[in-house]
Ligand binder design. Structure first.
Ligand code: X2N
Ligand code: HEM
Length: 532
């Protein structure tokens, strides 16, 4: 008798009585029992496999009990704690399973440089993001096209993000904020408390659509538009990264919202084309003017509309979250609001009527404190806690003998490094003035940051090995940084000019919600204001 049949006989002898017993049970007992039994075997085999077999050249994988699910729950709820615990165990490189995908985390400045400056043939952003973004933005743009197209789309969009454009945007943003705080029912509450997770997305969409999409689109904004944006927003969640399409009503609502919003932008595009009315007002003008690719192919009007949706959507979540956190930290340390007010008086000056002169873009550039408040907010609350790429060719991890195989993902988290004591003293402390100290520049710069490289949308820093990278680096680096600073600086300055505020009595800062697309404050996130 061979070993195999011995084992077979033995197993059969032992298993047979149990199987007979199960067969004798009623179905409502035997079916769940067999199901759980099979699961238990699968879980145990999967656990044994992880303990017994280690690939010699693979980044170590964080142990997990449930196949496919992997570490989704611990990572999904508190990614930074998950990173910290595993960094202690494994160092700066470890992998984990996230809903069937193997993610290789690369921590620290070196990890940032490895991923952000990964070669085009080695890593792909579109393969990582397109399932989530394409249904929301629409086809043919951002991650639903080859990388060289995205590089040019970023160049087209940058036409709306110039100094001259910003000069025209500041008064429009001020106007929107004033209108909001004087008229909006969410703001005019009896107890003067406002819920920032509600107000700030509204302030952001009004200011962004007024400036980037123009007065025409902003004027059309009504209750129905608000619902459409809300439907589209619901499709822009981490869950959609895992399940891009399910036969659920809200996926249908998402697709309909995408079509209708694109339809609104298309109306404006068509009118401007018909009236030969293409100027330098906004993003629509900028893209209409320049959107012929180097090989002569023109973006279609549908694609122009979709690119506008993508850009608005990106700026919306990141900026709304940042302004909410900034206001919360200011409400927590109210002496900073006084400092910001002094800065407004000092830079803008007071007119003969005793009122502050209107805020301008050029004055905003001379206000170090408000800009440091934004910078510090982005340090502690980087909106995108995880950034990743799909690996397309085997990649050697520098300084190790690990190889990341194609099909896996590499992941970075600049926001995690922002909270590392090694780079930022008292890293948990909200201290904008750290950026105004002469030594602070060091954390911001590395030896390669003086050199630049152009991937097609303007110069970016060559190195991506800085410990402070809220806007990423390399070919996928953000083009919205300056716009975000203008938008946030103007909203915050207008608040400071008009109001004083605190956190509600006895309350501290809210916790972070990591399960949304960006690191939002958890509801409730209130401030209580008084007019100046
Ligand atoms: C369900 C815990 O939550 O058990 F937008 F023009 C527009 C970044 C995409 C990150 C996806 C998965 C987390 C599962 C948790 C444009 C301005 C951009 C740049 C598991 C139970 C889009 C998806 C986050 C997977 C983590 C970044 C944005 N500037 N905007 N279980 O895209 O830039 C744009 C660019 C992404 C992710 C995740 C779970 C250009 C749970 C509980 C739950 N992630 N994630 N932008 N998970 N659970 C943007 C680049 C691009
Ligand atoms: C890319 C952050 C605002 C448009 C990125 C990336 C980061 C980022 C980290 C790199 C993503 C990656 O490598 O996968 C932020 C933060 C913002 C902000 C923290 C605000 C506080 C904006 C705004 C716009 C914008 C306002 C548009 C006006 C883009 C675009 C890209 C990008 C077009 C390029 C995506 C790519 O090339 O793959 N942003 N962003 N962002 N962001 Fe932003």
């Amino acid at each position: 008798m061979g070993l195999v049949s011995d084992v077979h006989d033995l197993a059969y002898e032992h298993a047979a009585p149990y199987l007979a017993a199960i067969a004798a049970m009623p179905l409502y007992k035997s079916v769940p029992l067999l199901w759980f039994g099979t699961m238990a075997v699968v879980v145990l085999l999967n656990a044994a496999r992880q303990v017994l077999f280690r690939h010699p050249n693979r980044v170590p994988v964080v142990f997990y009990w449930f196949p496919w699910v992997g570490s989704a729950v611990t990572y999904g709820q508190r990614p930074y704690e998950f990173f910290r615990e595993n960094q202690k165990k494994y160092g700066d490189h470890f992998s984990f399973v996230l809903c069937g995908r193997v993610m290789t985390v690369c921590l620290g400045p070196k990890g940032n440089d490895f991923v952000f400056n990964g070669k085009l043939a080695d890593v792909s952003a579109e393969e990582a993001y397109k399932h989530l973004t394409t249904p929301v933005f629409g086809e043919g743009v951002v991650y639903d096209c080859p990388n060289e197209r995205l590089m040019e789309q970023k160049k087209f969009a940058k036409g709306a993000l110039t100094r001259d454009a910003f000069r025209s945007y500041v008064p429009k943003i001020v106007g929107e904020v004033m209108q909001y705080i004087n008229n909006n029912p969410r703001f005019l509450t009896p107890d003067h408390s406002i819920e920032l997770t509600k107000t700030n997305p509204e302030l952001t969409i009004y200011t962004a659509s007024r400036t980037l999409l123009g007065d025409e689109v902003r004027a059309k904004f009504d209750k129905r538009t608000a619902e459409l944006y809300s439907d589209l927003d619901k499709g822009f969640k981490p869950l959609n990264f895992v399940f891009p399409n399910l036969p659920l009503p809200y996926y249908k609502a998402r697709d309909r919202a995408q079509q209708q919003i694109a339809g609104q932008y298309l109306e404006v595009i068509n009118r401007r084309r018909r009236d030969n009315d293409i100027q330098d007002r906004d993003l629509i003008d900028a893209i209409m003017k320049t959107s012929t690719y180097k090989d002569g192919v023109k973006m279609t009007d549908q694609e122009i509309a979709n690119l506008c949706i993508g850009i608005l959507m990106g700026g919306q979540h990141t900026s709304a979250s940042t302004s909410a956190w900034a206001m919360l930290h200011l409400g927590h340390k109210t002496e900073l609001i006084d400092k910001l007010y002094e800065e407004q008086v000092k830079v803008s000056g007071v007119g003969p009527d005793g009122k502050l002169n209107p805020l301008t873009y050029d004055d905003l550039q001379k206000m170090p404190i408000v800009n440091a408040v934004i910078k510090e907010t982005l340090r502690i609350h980087s909106p995108l806690h995880s950034i990743f790429r799909k690996v397309m060719r085997p990649m050697a991890v520098p300084g190790t003998n690990y190889i990341v195989p194609p099909g896996h993902y590499v992941m970075v988290s600049p926001g995690y490094t922002h909270l590392d004591e090694q780079y930022f003293k008292n890293s948990e402390e909200f201290d904008p003035f750290r950026w105004l100290e002469p030594t602070a520049v060091k954390a911001d710069k590395d030896k390669e940051s003086e050199q630049t490289v152009d991937y097609g949308f303007g110069a970016v820093s060559k190195g991506a090995g800085s410990p402070y990278l809220p806007f990423g680096g390399g070919r996928h680096r953000c083009i919205g940084e300056q716009f975000a600073f203008v938008q946030l600086g103007t909203i915050l300055s207008t608040f400071v000019r008009e109001l004083k505020w605190t956190l509600p009595a006895g309350q501290s800062l809210p916790e972070v919600d990591y399960e949304s697309m960006v690191t939002l404050p958890k509801h409730p996130a209130k401030i209580v204001y008084a007019r100046r």
